[in-house]
Write a protein that binds this ligand. Structure first.
Ligand code: ZN
Length: 362
């Protein structure tokens, strides 16, 4: 009697992006500006060490840990430009602390650096595929002030913004990024700030204008990350119901979605929503690790999360990730590098355990 061989199942697993910076880099950055040449060797060491540690625990896809994204995942591309003021849009977190965007003071809007410059360095050290995160046009759109900038209307700003964002993604794709992940953490925040959903709609429309510039093949390597924010052990929008976000989110013309899920109170309810609104050409990487909680998840806990998700998401559209980066703001040292990598290792082992079980039962 012959029996069909179980179909080999691979559940892809990827980090979001950031890893806490080494202490000596943080210490150096407290003394001099990030562009100071004396910081360069510290950055280089941090990237090398990050990639080595990812590879040592068997991560099939790595990032540079955003070691060079100074000050953060939001404004790395414009940090240091003369037409930026520090008093931009305020992001309020659940524990009362705030972070601020930069504010554009005059046109034209240009990036100072594109994220493929990080990829260049990471790919020198990596032996496995490297993923690159970039900031969304919708986040950067918050830099344009409420009152118009004389001689530089908002429409012109949006045109410049979309072109710069498209250029950044193209450069990353051309250099061989495994995936380009658009950080869209302000999606959930938008629903909190404007429960009518209009702000979210405008963000989705803007980001889709950018995504429309890419071919279906390119979009298979483009992803979108959603989360309730994660900074200094706090969130900015965890109270927002995913039911008010996910149906619109999946209208984005991207092939991959990295959805924070580990921290959700009602995971099965969220998974129901994902099942209902997920489109056939989209892969959902569910968050199975909580970066802002200090306890290290066990591989068995991760396994159970993956099995649970597999009841709702077709296995060929399922992946795993962490709920967020481990230090989206570069000065956030609330999680140690050891803890971050221990959590990532639990994700890798737990995903593998689930994969074996699903493979056996398929
Ligand atoms: Zn995040």
């Amino acid at each position: 009697m012959t029996s069909a061989k179980p179909r080999p199942i691979t559940i892809p697993t990827e980090p979001i992006g950031s890893i806490p910076r080494p202490f000596d880099l943080l210490q150096r950055l407290a003394e001099v500006d990030s562009d100071d040449p004396t910081v360069a060797p510290f950055y280089e060491d941090a990237v090398r060490d990050t990639i080595e540690r990812f590879e040592a625990i068997g991560s099939p896809v790595v990032t540079d840990g955003e070691q060079k994204k100074y000050h953060n995942f939001l404004t790395y591309c414009v940090h240091g430009l003369p037409n930026m003021a520090p008093d931009g849009f305020k992001i309020p977190f659940s524990d009362g602390h705030t972070r601020r965007m930069l504010r554009l003071t005059r046109g034209p809007f240009r990036y100072k650096r594109y994220a493929d410059s990080y990829l260049d360095i990471a790919m020198r050290y990596a032996h496995v595929p490297v993923k690159q995160a970039v900031i969304s046009p919708s986040a950067l759109s918050l830099m344009y002030p409420a009152e118009s900038i004389p001689g530089y209307p908002r429409e012109q700003f949006i045109e410049d913004l979309l072109r710069e964002h498209e250029t950044e993604i193209r450069r990353c794709l051309q250099k061989g990024a495994h995936k380009v992940q658009i950080d869209f953490t302000e999606a959930r925040l938008a629903v909190k700030l404007d429960p009518s959903g209009q702000l979210l709609d405008s963000f989705i429309d803007l980001n889709n204008l950018a995504l429309s510039r890419f071919s279906p093949e390119e979009r298979r390597r483009i992803g979108v990350h959603t989360c309730p924010g994660g900074d200094l052990r706090a969130n900015h929008s965890a109270e927002v119901d995913y039911a008010d976000l996910l149906p619109r989110l999946f209208e984005l013309k991207a092939g991959n979605f990295y959805v924070a899920l580990a921290c959700e109170q009602e995971r099965r309810r969220v998974l129901e929503i994902i099942r209902k609104y997920l489109k056939p050409n989209q892969r959902i990487f569910v968050g199975v690790i909580s970066p802002i909680h200090p306890r290290i998840e066990t591989p068995e806990e991760v396994r159970d999360c993956v099995l649970e998700a597999s009841e709702y998401i077709p296995i060929e559209q399922l992946g795993t990730t962490d709920d967020c980066g481990f230090a989206p703001f570069s000065d956030d040292s609330s999680t140690s590098r050891d803890t971050a990598f221990a959590k990532i290792q639990a994700r890798l082992l737990g995903t593998e355990l689930a994969q074996k079980l699903i493979g056996v039962h398929s």
